[in-house]
Write a protein that binds this ligand. Sequence first.
Ligand code: LLP
Length: 445
Amino acid sequence: MSKQETFPTPFLSRKDGVLHLDGVNLEQLVQQHGTPLYVYSAGHIRDAFSQYLDAVKGLDATICYAVKANSNLSLLRLLADMGAGFDIVSAGELARALEAGGKPEKIVFSGVGKSTAELEMALDAGVGCFNIESPAELERLAAVAQRKGKVANISLRVNPDVDAKTHPYISTGLKENKFGVAMDQALATYQRAAVLPGIRIVGVDCHIGSQITQAQPYADALDRVLALVDLLHDHGITLHHLDLGGGLGICYKDETPPSPQTVIGELAAKVRAWADKNRRDMPKLMFEPGRSIVGNCGVLLTSVEYLKHSEDKDFAIVDAAMNDLMRPAMYESYHGMTLVRSADAAHQKDATHGAHNASHSSKTSSTYDVVGPVCETGDWLGRKRHLTLGEGDVIAILSAGAYGMSMASNYNTRPRAAEILADAGRARVVRRRETLTDLLGPERV
Ligand code: LLP
């Protein structure tokens, strides 16, 4: 824990050697609530969302937060209060967005496999737009809408076939991906939508991937989308909005993604130039960011259970696992790690308190693989991490606000962690820790 320790959010800091998030002492939080524990900074979320609001200032635009990144109701409420719309992919996410106070007309419904029940629920709720991902889905939505005597607003999610230059599992804009409608099918699908009762065409949508760290793939995708808008115009189909998806990356280790202002500024300038050239109205713009709003707001706190030294490797076995944070197991992704109480500070504390606390008595500096208790070799959280550790030490796993808790499971019958929202020195439990009763409840012997 040298002086040059850097954090992925200004809301993380060290005071007297102890890590604080948004003014909340994380060591004290652990004493009260135990581990594994997710802690989020409200200030970070407000700042990150404000960056998007600044980026679209003066434009007709909606920022639809992608609920899947972190779907905690309190986070959604915070964003709804700031004027966010929501990008949802299931009935469950719709229920969350509405419960959090999201305005239905600012909700866009994405996803390749919306069920009839989900389409019905979303129509009844009055969602703003269905992002249609296949001709078959379009037909089904039209049938559902007619049955209900309603009209569904749609945009077609097109697949612009651009390389987002990210991990293959989170790249979605290539031809071979399951997402969206291929560009060469788009005109025919829109023409079909134009004559289907129960359907109103309002826009076009694309989302090319996640953890994108360059602006260029967005610009490439936009070029193709604008070419499609021109083609549709020539065929008498007018679109009112362009939804350019989410996907902007964050810094986990050494990535330097462009800011929302940079990316949206470039895209908006391109759209404006196109509109001026073609004497068209500037369309409304929509974005669906998830990770770039919540990714670096959160940490996952985990305690060291055991240190295990072998000839080949030193393992730190901690009480969080792949069921709590799936990203390393699934994408081999990197999350920074730091001790909640720095090793130096722990050493000083032991010296003053006579080192009778077993948790701080024998620390070993080594290069650890930090692994969880789940019975899978893939259950690791960090590899080759230089740490000075003793049993009972608490590690903060950084950049865990996005796709952490929202992807958590009960594998190995492990209750999911509690979630805390820190806000300017105050901490609130926004999801209690699950109990074994919660887990066994739905089952019958
Ligand atoms: N819109 C659509 C249609 C999406 O599929 C996604 C993410 C987003 C927006 C938000 O993307 P973001 O701004 O968060 O990158 N579990 C993976 C990420 C999966 C992303 C899925 N779609 C991970 O942990 O990296």
